[in-house]
Design a protein around this ligand. Structure first.
Ligand code: GLU
Length: 391
């Protein structure tokens, strides 16, 4: 059962206790003994207790877990030392089954459903796939199945690999608008110098700006924990920071590693300057080139101003060349720009469904897409835009 029952005063709550959606990244070495290749079963049980406790507190949790290659290597009896790419991919294929099974067993015993999601870098960089991955992950959360994510190692070739799950986890945090990213590894956090070589090295407990000094500290920290050393952890923290998500690097080797963070174990927190919602709106406002223009009627304008999504019924015209997930400008009949957003449909699909009720989408397109052409989370109105810039 959960171990996180205590409820400290609001002011003293750790960002982990306050978070609505948490991404936890588990490094290989925490889960799999580096020498024997055995699964650390009792540690995994304690992690599962922590996960169960978060669920009891109604916090969403998504796990990004490494360990497939380490487990597969043992099962295949492969010798120690670096593996050729195709051999590590084969090991991942074998180990991933075991990894997913271990989570299913341990969380299943606590009444928690588990799902497996394998992602490649394309799923977060290509906007169409990004939108699909985001929708699937959000749906899994809604349906109450904890997603256990890993890189799709078997198909991710050298050029299109994250190669480390730290950045993958940060992309997942960004994609799902999470507000807390926990990077569990075998170091306590970011030190001012390599603590194994410098006795004066100090743990940095809080970082609010990730500048050159922080990068330099990471570069000097020495590496640990599978493929992701401190440099990739800082890269992950940077992605989370820009997405308005808190990130924490903590030594996960203790039992109940999440509870330990809440109870104040030494670790490094990265504190963002905005919320995930504001950061996402900033990204939509400024980060992308529009590739189309959607003209909407006065009813739709009113609905958007009241905080609703854009439905096909309110669209009167569409131009440009865009795919699902691309940025489009919204305007009224006299071409005054009203805002911008990510379209859930391509230009040709919008042409077919505009002016129609959402219930007709299936018969018009031959598939059941989203009811909204632009969901309100994917939309920034001009009035909001000036407010966001001021923040
Ligand atoms: N995807 C790899 C695995 O599951 C691990 C990548 C990493 O160590 O960050 O074995």
């Amino acid at each position: 059962m959960g171990q996180l029952g205590h409820t400290p005063q609001a002011g003293s709550l750790s960002p982990l206790a306050r978070a609505t959606r948490i991404i936890v990244k588990i490094g290989s070495r925490l889960l799999v003994h580096p020498e024997s290749g055995e699964l650390h079963a009792s540690w995994l049980e304690s992690l599962a207790d922590d996960i169960a406790a978060y669920r009891e507190r109604r916090q969403d949790i998504i796990v990004v877990s490494s360990g497939a290659i380490a487990l597969g290597r043992r099962e295949l009896g492969l010798a120690k030392g670096p593996l050729r790419l195709e051999v590590s991919q084969a090991a991942a294929a074998v180990g991933q089954i075991r990894l997913a099974h271990a989570y299913r067993e341990v969380l299943g015993r606590r009444g928690i459903r588990v799902s497996q999601v394998l992602l490649t870098i394309d799923d977060s960089e290509n906007r169409r796939r990004y939108l699909n991955a985001r929708n699937t992950l959000n749906t899994l959360v809604r349906l109450g199945a904890v997603a256990v994510i890993n890189e799709n190692d078997t198909v991710a070739t050298a050029e299109i690999r994250y190669g480390d799950n730290d950045r993958l986890a940060a992309r997942v945090a960004q994609m799902t608008s999470a507000d807390c990213l926990v990077l569990l590894s075998d170091v306590s956090g970011l030190y001012t110098a390599d603590p194994r070589r410098h006795s004066t090295a100090k743990l940095v407990s809080e970082v609010s700006v990730i500048d050159d000094d922080i990068e330099a500290m990471a570069g000097n920290a020495g590496t640990s924990d599978g493929s992701g050393g401190m440099v990739t952890k800082i890269a992950a923290a940077r992605i989370a920071h820009a997405a308005g998500c808190h990130a924490v690097i903590s030594d996960g080797r203790l039992p109940h590693p999440l509870q330990a963070i809440e109870e104040g174990t030494p670790c490094t927190w990265f504190v963002p300057s905005s919320s995930p919602q504001t950061a996402r709106k900033q990204w939509i406002s400024g980060g992308l080139e529009p590739s189309g223009m959607v003209t909407i009627d006065s009813g739709a304008i009113q609905a958007l101003r009241a905080g609703k999504s854009l439905l096909p019924a309110g669209i009167v015209d569409v131009k440009g060349s865009f795919q699902r997930g691309d940025m489009v400008i919204l305007c009224n009949a006299s071409e005054t720009v009203l805002g911008r957003g990510l379209s859930a449909y391509s230009l040709s699909d919008v042409q077919r469904i505009m002016g129609h009720n959402s219930s007709d989408i299936q018969s018009l397109l031959g598939y059941r897409g989203r009811d909204e052409v632009i969901h309100r989370d994917d939309l920034v109105l001009a009035a909001e835009q000036s407010h966001i810039v001021e923040e």
